[in-house]
Each structure stands twice: as structure tokens, then as C-alpha cells.
Write a protein that binds this ligand. Structure first.
Ligand SMILES: NC(=O)c1ccc[n+]([C@@H]2O[C@H](COP(=O)([O-])OP(=O)(O)OC[C@H]3O[C@@H](n4cnc5c(N)ncnc54)[C@H](O)[C@@H]3O)[C@@H](O)[C@H]2O)c1
Length: 373
């Protein structure tokens, strides 16, 4: 097993998730690359130092450029706010590093395109943090759809609803910056759009209605001064897929009571599937044509028969969690770096997702259907 140096930029929610996943991956998956937590970077020096100590990085720095320039680092993981992704990723690519970037890839489709082109020209491996699609049960759902087990797909109803922006006193932050890839559509909508593409395929047209529920927020924590909000809290999309069916997608970060309702209902002529991340170890499956007295949705429980669940646990029903999905994402990335299958989602797929996000924003502004060009 060979060591591979990892640098993580950012120490927030995702910085910790990346650090944990890079620490865990080699112990859980049998690949040949063993990540070594080389350096963590954060503009907040105390946060960088604390992260280095707690997660086991050899070094903490405040300047991410020092991390990118370090020859001991082969993987740069970017877990900073969206507006920094482009500059950091382009520098890492120019230095010949493999890049693991959080989602959404960039604030706009033009920036995402530039990043994708640079990565492909440099032939580095890229990975984007659409971790929810790494759920073993969603691989099963994808297989069931692709094999025709559900018949012809007639409808996709997807949602990503949380309530962390419900409270009008939640202050202004980078997630609300219209130039920085803010709004529910980019922040959580990109997850359900990515999931829709993963299961059903490309989205070709979108008709969207974006709404701002909380019109102003404090400029900072506890501030009396308020700032007008320009991005959406709720995005409602009607979509058409290349395969011919239609669907709906909702992104809503002001959904009172919802903590992680990333879910879907898929109808096919021979069956249906229902899923929510709130119960991520369960997939509901309805098979048409069975004895109507006994027919109904049945619950498929995650177990070692659903790869790569077995890598974590040999017993069914013991359940995976959010951080395990991140570990699967890292294991897939390491395997691709080693020369294995590139499972992605890579920068190209993240650019495709960004096209749908930008088309939805444009559709809502013009009150018209938009082609996802
Ligand atoms: N995949 C997922 O499920 C998921 C979940 C949450 C967030 N995200 C994404 O992860 C990214 C970060 O989100 P978060 O919730 O972790 O944010 P966060 O605010 O918790 O953390 C961001 C970190 O970046 C640091 N930072 C900011 N500017 C920096 C700079 N110039 N150099 C170095 N460090 C800098 C901050 O100090 C902070 O530690 C975003 O792109 C977000 O959309 C993904």
C-alpha cells in the first residue's frame, strides 16, 4: 500500500467530513492508496490548528496556496464556500494535483466549465461532493431503473427540504450571496438535481419558480441592521428528461420541521420506488402485477448484499450513516486515482448539474421554459 498526501482546505462542516473520510477510507476499503493527512488550511488560524490536532494533520496553515504548492500533497480537497472553489481548484490543477471539491462546483456554469476544461486538459482525477448518491441503496435503485425492472419510467418527483434557513434571524452568510452561488437551488437543489440525473438521466428542459420567503436578514450574528435577500428559499421546478418522461424537483431550505428530506418517488409502468435520506438505509419498492390482496410497497433494508455496505459491516440492518457516504466517495476517488473506474461525480458531471441550476434561475426570471443547453 502506497501513501498519498492529502491537503484539506476549510475546517467547517465539510472540512471535518473530508478529514474523517480520508482517515477512514484505507481501513474500510482494500485499495492500494493510503491517505496521509498532510496539511489543513483555514483562514482562521485557531480553527486550522485545532483541526490539525483533532484530525491528525501534520501541519496547519492559513494560506491555502502553501498547501497547494506542497510537493508532499497529491490530493487537494476544497471544502470552502462556493465562491472560492474556482480559484483554489484551478491552482491545484495547475500544480498537477487531483482535486476533490465540494458542491456546487462553482457559482456559475461558466466557472464550472472553466474548471472542468482545466481538469480534463491536465488529466487529473476530480471528485465532487455529491455524497448522497454514494448510498448503496441508490446504486440498487439505479440498477433497477436501468435494467427495466420498473418498466418505462413515467414520473420523477424529487425534493430536498431542510429547515436551517426558516428563522428570519439566521444572519446573512455566503449561502445567500447571489454572486457566490447562493440560494436553495444551488445549495441543496444541486443535490436533488444530481440525484435525478444519477437515476433518470439528463434533464433537457426546466420551468422554474423561485421564491424568497425571508425578505431580509441581519447583516451578521445578532446585528440590528438587515440586508435584503436576493436569492431563493424555495425553488419549484418542472423538468423534462432526455429519456422522455417528466418530473418535478423542489429545493426548500425553509421547510419547517424537515432536517434532511432529500428524497424521491419514481413511478414506472411495472413498479415504483420511494426513498428519503431521513431513512437512508431503506428503499421502498412496489412491484406491479402481484396478487392485489397482498400487494403494496415493501421495504428493502440495506445490508451486505448492497455493495459497498459489506466493507463497513457484515450484518444487515446495522445501518450506514452520513459520514460513511463520504467515505465511499473518498474510496471511489482513490480507486480512480489508482487507475480504476472513474465513478465520479467528476467536474464534468458537476458542470452538467450546474447547467440545470443556472437554467432554473434563468427560467424563473423570464417566467418561461428553458432548454438546458
Ligand atoms: N456534500 C455535502 O453534503 C455538503 C454539506 C454542507 C456543505 N457542503 C459544501 O461544502 C462547502 C463548505 O460548506 P460548509 O458547510 O463546510 O461551510 P463552513 O462555513 O462550515 O466551512 C467553511 C470553512 O472554510 C473556511 N474558509 C473560508 N474561506 C477560506 C479561505 N479563503 N481559505 C481557507 N479557508 C477558508 C472557513 O473558515 C470555514 O472553516 C460549500 O461548498 C458547501 O456547499 C456540502
Amino acid at each position: 500500500m502506497g501513501d498519498i498526501g492529502v491537503g484539506v482546505i476549510g475546517t467547517g462542516f465539510m472540512g471535518k467530513a473530508h478529514a474523517m473520510a480520508y482517515r477512514a477510507a484505507a481501513g474500510i476499503f482494500p485499495g492500494n492508496l493510503k491517505p496521509v493527512l498532510q496539511t489543513v488550511a483555514d483562514v482562521d488560524e485557531a480553527a486550522a490548528d485545532a483541526a490539525a490536532r483533532q484530525y491528525g494533520f501534520r501541519r496547519a496553515v492559513t494560506d491555502w496556496r502553501a498547501l497547494v504548492a506542497d510537493p508532499a500533497i497529491a490530493i487537494v480537497a476544497i471544502t470552502t464556500p462556493n465562491m472560492f472553489h474556482r480559484e483554489m481548484a484551478l491552482a491545484a490543477i495547475a500544480a498537477g494535483k487531483h482535486v476533490h471539491c465540494e458542491k456546487p462546483l462553482a457559482p456559475s456554469v461558466a466557472e464550472a466549465h472553466e474548471m472542468m476544461e482545466a481538469a480534463e486538459a491536465a488529466n487529473v482525477v476530480t471528485q465532487v461532493g455529491y455524497n448522497y448518491i454514494k448510498n448503496p441503496l441508490l446504486s440498487l435503485a439505479r440498477e433497477m431503473i436501468a435494467s427495466g425492472e420498473l418498466g418505462e419510467i413515467t414520473s420523477f418527483r424529487g425534493i430536498h427540504a431542510e429547515d436551517f434557513m426558516c428563522d428570519p434571524e439566521v444572519p446573512y452568510s455566503w449561502r445567500l450571496d447571489p454572486q457566490g452561488g447562493g440560494g436553495a437551488i444551488a445549495d441543496i437543489g444541486s443535490h436533488i438535481i444530481g440525484l435525478a440525473r444519477f437515476l433518470i438521466g439528463p434533464i433537457t428542459e426546466v420551468n422554474a419558480d423561485l421564491a424568497t420567503v425571508v425578505k431580509s436578514r441581519p447583516v451578521g450574528p445578532g446585528a440590528a441592521e438587515r440586508r435584503l435577500i436576493e436569492v431563493d428559499d424555495i425553488a419549484r421546478l418542472t423538468v423534462r428528461f432526455a429519456r422522455g418522461c417528466g418530473g418535478t424537483i423542489e429545493a426548500n431550505w425553509a421547510a419547517t420541521g424537515r432536517k434532511m428530506q432529500l428524497g424521491f418517488e419514481i413511478s414506472g409502468t411495472k413498479g415504483g420506488l420511494v426513498f428519503t435520506q431521513e431513512r437512508l438505509n431503506e428503499l421502498s419498492y412496489y412491484k406491479a402485477g402481484e396478487d392485489p390482496r397482498e400487494n403494496g410497497f415493501r421495504r428493502i433494508e440495506a445490508g451486505p448484499q448492497h455493495p459497498p455496505y459489506r466493507n463497513f459491516c457484515v450484518a444487515p440492518g446495522h445501518q450506514l450513516g452520513f459520514n460513511d457516504l463520504k467515505t465511499i466517495e473518498v474510496a471511489d476517488f482513490l480507486s480512480a486515482i489508482e487507475g480504476g473506474v472513474r465513478r465520479g461525480p467528476d467536474f464534468r458531471e458537476a458542470w452538467e448539474i450546474q447547467k440545470v441550476v443556472d437554467s432554473a434561475i434563468a427560467s424563473s426570471k423570464s417566467r418561461a421554459w428553458k432548454e438546458v443547453a
